[in-house]
Design a protein around this ligand. Sequence first.
Ligand code: ATP
Ligand code: MG
Length: 199
Amino acid sequence: MNNESYIAIVGGIPGVGKTTVINEALKIARAENFDISVIIYGTVMMEIAEKNYNVKHRDAMRKLPPRAQKEIQRQAALEIAERAKGKVVIVDTHFTIKTGIGSFLQGIPSWVSEAFHPKLLVLIETTAEEIKKRRELDTSRARDEDSLDLLMEHQLLNKIVAASIGQKTGALLLVIPNRQGKATEAGRVLFENLKAMKA
Ligand code: ATP
Ligand code: MG
């Protein structure tokens, strides 16, 4: 069995539509009989936090000391790399995470990208106005009310971080606009690039 993994890291700021676009790509993949798995980084971190740190809720995980959070993040990377062996895998995650006190946590520090050997880095983007509106309309989640300037700054920071991961890993970089009502089109672009990873 070929144990090589084909990992695509999909990031973008909260509420931009990562999960929506990934689901669109999955629908196309199913129709074309192309096998793709999705792993949500935060979910694997939560599994480890529950097991090793007695954390009961996702929000409690964010309140652990940064050192504990980084350790959970490291363990999750190893677990995901293991699960990805021999597969095409989308990792649904964030390139940077707002801490609430002005700084940003690295979503993919070097020890994570070294565990992943990603082949593709995908940024889902749209305008600050659309992100703001989507967050307001999405009542299923407790979302931050960031200013338009902060949304743009965070999005730009993600792009810079993704480019720097691309430099270090040699992974291809893909920016997908997820415009209003165009998630299917964005999903198609994602799917075509996932397929190309194995070609
Ligand atoms: P998080 O990082 O918090 O997981 P996310 O980036 O995965 O967020 P989603 O949950 O996919 O974001 O989408 C946020 C909201 O925006 C949802 O209500 C979704 O239906 C809506 N949305 C996503 N993409 C589009 C689009 N192209 N047009 C209109 N609405 C969209
Ligand atoms: Mg999501």
